[in-house]
Design a binder for this molecule. Structure first.
Ligand SMILES: C[S@@+](CC[C@H](N)C(=O)[O-])C[C@H]1O[C@@H](n2cnc3c(N)ncnc32)[C@H](O)[C@@H]1O
Length: 267
């Protein structure tokens, strides 16, 4: 007979699978207290299972559901994650897009706290300013509190030290209480919003680049296939899809993490 914590973990597993597609394993049940204990107390629940029952119940209040999703998704990220991926971006992808002369659209799906889209705008600002002016960037994530953080663009010393050199910090950030904030001129170039890859919703279309990095690993096979179809629909036929270094797509590979949406070769 499972105890209250065991039942609560099963509820969390089911909730996260239904709401975000994220699979949590039985042997990860230690996350119940580690990630939800403090939140339960901050909402004044007597214990964590009581919070879980309230947050997973049909008709649960938005703040409870939102806190549960935010806590149980993994937001690990860093600036310019996976150097070879960004080298390809700088040496091949952005130069090709520069040559088109037309407006460009990029979707950073599952952007976490924003390091990925901010890496994009920093690279554009530094090396492709003309392209940057005609590039629209949409950055989305299922976790609403994390999207708020991303939009705010404030990062701790530890966070900026993960992937940024001193030159970039000085150029692109202002020192603020609590850390360093991305300059408003760069923040204004990104449209942040909450978007769930496994729920019906409005996706962008005609994207030249769709980034969906280090999130497919959390989905089971069928979900992953559905999400990939969705990403491909959002991309232009000659567009590119970027995934994490441990993720692969059954599409033409164009270098570390890069795939062609369709047959047409990217040069
Ligand atoms: C490990 S982070 C990856 C962040 C960034 N793309 C990177 O590679 O550094 C995974 C992100 O996927 C988000 N996520 C999980 N399920 C999602 C879903 N169904 N729809 C959109 N985002 C989701 C999480 O909230 C989390 O911020």
């Amino acid at each position: 007979m499972p105890d209250a914590a065991g039942l609560a973990w099963a509820m969390v597993q089911r909730f996260m699978q239904d709401e975000s597609g994220v699979t949590l394993r039985d042997d990860q049940s230690y996350l119940l207290e580690a990630r939800l204990g403090g939140i339960s107390r901050s909402f004044s629940f007597p214990d964590t299972p009581a919070f879980v029952r309230a947050a997973c119940a049909p008709g649960a209040t938005a703040p409870h559901r939102r806190a549960l999703i935010d806590a149980m998704t993994t937001h690990e990220t860093l600036f310019f994650r996976d150097a070879p991926f960004w080298e390809r971006m700088e040496q091949t992808v952005f130069p090709s897009l520069s040559a088109t002369g037309r407006p460009i659209r990029i979707w950073s799906a599952a952007c976490s706290s924003g390091q990925e889209p901010y890496s994009l705008v920093m690279m554009l600002e530094e090396s492709f300013p003309e392209l940057g002016k005609r590039t629209e960037i949409l950055a989305t994530d299922v976790a609403a509190d994390t999207v708020d953080r991303a939009r705010n663009g404030v990062f701790t010393t530890l966070e900026v030290n993960r992937g940024l050199n001193a030159r970039r910090m000085v150029r692109h950030f202002d020192s603020v209480a609590g850390g360093f904030q991305v300059k408003a001129t760069l923040r204004d170039r990104i449209r942040f919003s909450v978007h769930n890859l496994v729920a019906p919703g409005l996706d962008p279309s005609d994207c030249d680049i769709v980034l969906c990095r280090n999130v497919l690993i959390y989905f089971e096979d069928e979900r992953r296939r559905q999400v990939i179809t969705r990403l491909r629909r959002a991309a232009r036929p000659d567009g590119l899809i970027g995934v994490g270094s441990t993720e692969t797509l059954s599409l033409r590979s164009l270098g570390p993490g890069w795939y062609a949406n369709a047959e047409k070769e990217w040069r």
